[in-house]
Design a protein around this ligand. Structure first.
Ligand SMILES: [Zn+2]
Length: 442
């Protein structure tokens, strides 16, 4: 009697909540690869620094010999099986999206790039171990999953996601290289080559993420416009410091520098620190692992000389920006006199309000002018122009150089400040295509 009641209850629940019934089945109703990756990261216990340092240097089977017993023990932890299972299951999904909806706004959720990279490198070592242990089929599965994660991240939206996706794929390719060169299992080697052969070339994806990047910029510019039409100035005021750079240079002179002393120094220092963090993050993507010669003392200069920064920002109150290493793959910036971005809120009752009423008015006038619309259209057109580049065309180098020059010398402040460096993107794509070609042509 009791039993039938509970069965009835379950049936009733199932009809009221169809999801409840579905939960009993073996897979999720709408598989999203990101869920798998986020779960994998969740199950990946924080990797001890020494272990991560070692993991970062291992790119081939021979290097496994050098691992310390601490790192070897880390890989025998039973929980890692769950991590890689989640990674593989995620990688099998067709779709991948971090966040519930894509609005192409600056506040869209961003994939946890650093943790994903940690996951990829840890999985690579795991795959190399599988290869060494005579399980090439398992190693193939692992490297394939890293590659697919890279592909998913590549299309997550922004140009930066694209670059990180390429970096993740590169992590998997060094594993593939070992598999192809060392495995005596001809069938697996053939399957691995077939898999790589079936991948679209990296350069083909350029147009897709240029389009996303364009959407992001268009949305951002449109949001400024919407803010400027609101009755309250509050939103415009809050974003002012991040967007004031789009004013034409002659207007920036009036609006920015004549009143810099009334600007909020903590806020503009925070903005500087954010710019620095973004630049060093880009650097970490390109140099993986960071060359030992790139020491903390030369990173600041290197960021400028290698064009990660247009120029090194200056603290509005003459503080100094110092970089520290928190672990092998992470850096932090500090200002010697100001807090980190987002740590402290500012005193609300500041008598010298920045931006002032007249600054806001002038900004609004510009945003609603036809000049702004023209500048916007011109800037967005640059993305369309970049989409047409073929890095394999004979005249590519001349074309891209002319394009970069056009950006650098543009009087359109939106172009000058908001169009990223596409040259680097094309370069890393071509490099990846070439290394895959080399791998499968042996
Ligand atoms: Zn400062």
């Amino acid at each position: 009697m009791k039993k039938s009641v509970s069965i009835l209850l379950i049936m009733a629940m199932a009809s009221v909540f169809p999801l409840f019934a579905q939960d009993l089945s073996s897979s999720l109703p709408t598989p999203n690869a990101a869920v798998g990756y986020l779960m994998a990261i969740g199950f990946l216990t924080p990797v001890p620094e020494q272990v991560m340092t070692e993991i970062n240097t291992v790119e081939n089977v021979a290097a496994l010999e050098k691992l310390s017993s601490k790192t070897k023990n880390f890989f025998t932890d039973g929980k890692l099986n769950t991590v890689f299972k989640m990674l593989i299951q995620g990688a099998e999904c067709k779709e991948c999206r971090f966040g519930y909806e894509r609005t192409y706004r600056a506040d869209d959720p961003v994939a946890p790039f650093r943790r994903l990279r940690e996951l990829a490198r840890t999985a690579r070592v795991y795959g190399l171990m599988q290869l060494k242990d005579g399980k090439p089929d398992k190693a193939f599965e692992t490297f394939k999953a890293i590659f697919c994660m890279g592909k998913h991240v590549e299309f997550d939206g922004t140009l930066i996601a694209g670059m990180i996706g390429i970096a993740l794929k590169n992590i998997s390719l060094s594993g593939f290289k070992e598999l192809v060169n060392l495995s005596k299992d001809k069938k697996i080697v053939e399957d691995a080559c077939q898999f790589l052969k079936s991948q679209p070339s990296a350069t083909l994806s350029a147009a897709k993420y240029l389009e996303s990047e364009k959407k992001y910029i268009a949305t951002a510019l449109n949001m400024i416009k919407e803010d400027s039409k609101k009755e309250s100035d509050e939103d415009l005021r809050n974003s002012y410091e991040n967007v004031v750079f789009i004013l034409p240079l002659n207007m920036q002179k009036n609006v920015v520098s004549s009143e810099t002393n009334t600007a909020s120094p903590v806020k503009s220092c925070s903005a500087n620190q954010r710019v620095l963090m973004g630049a060093v993050e880009m650097l970490c993507m390109d140099y993986n692992p960071m060359p030992a010669t790139l020491t903390l003392s030369i990173i600041p200069e290197f960021l400028v000389s290698s064009k990660y920064l247009k120029n090194f920002p200056e603290c509005p109150e003459k503080g100094k920006y110092e970089i520290t290493k928190t672990n092998e793959s992470a850096y932090e910036w500090h200002c010697t006199i100001h807090p980190e971005p987002g740590v402290t809120s500012e005193p609300a009752s500041d008598t010298s309000v920045y931006p002032s009423k007249s600054q806001i008015e002038e900004f609004k006038k510009f945003i609603n002018s036809t000049e702004f619309d023209k500048m916007t259209a011109e800037a967005l057109g640059m993305f369309d122009e970049a989409k047409k580049f073929d890095p394999y065309a004979a005249d590519y180098t001349a074309k891209i150089d002319a394009f970069q020059k056009k950006i650098e010398t543009s009087t359109n402040t939106i172009i000058k400040n908001a169009i990223p460096n596409f040259k680097k993107m094309f370069e890393s794509q071509v490099k990846q295509d070439e290394s895959i070609k080399k791998l499968i042509s042996r």
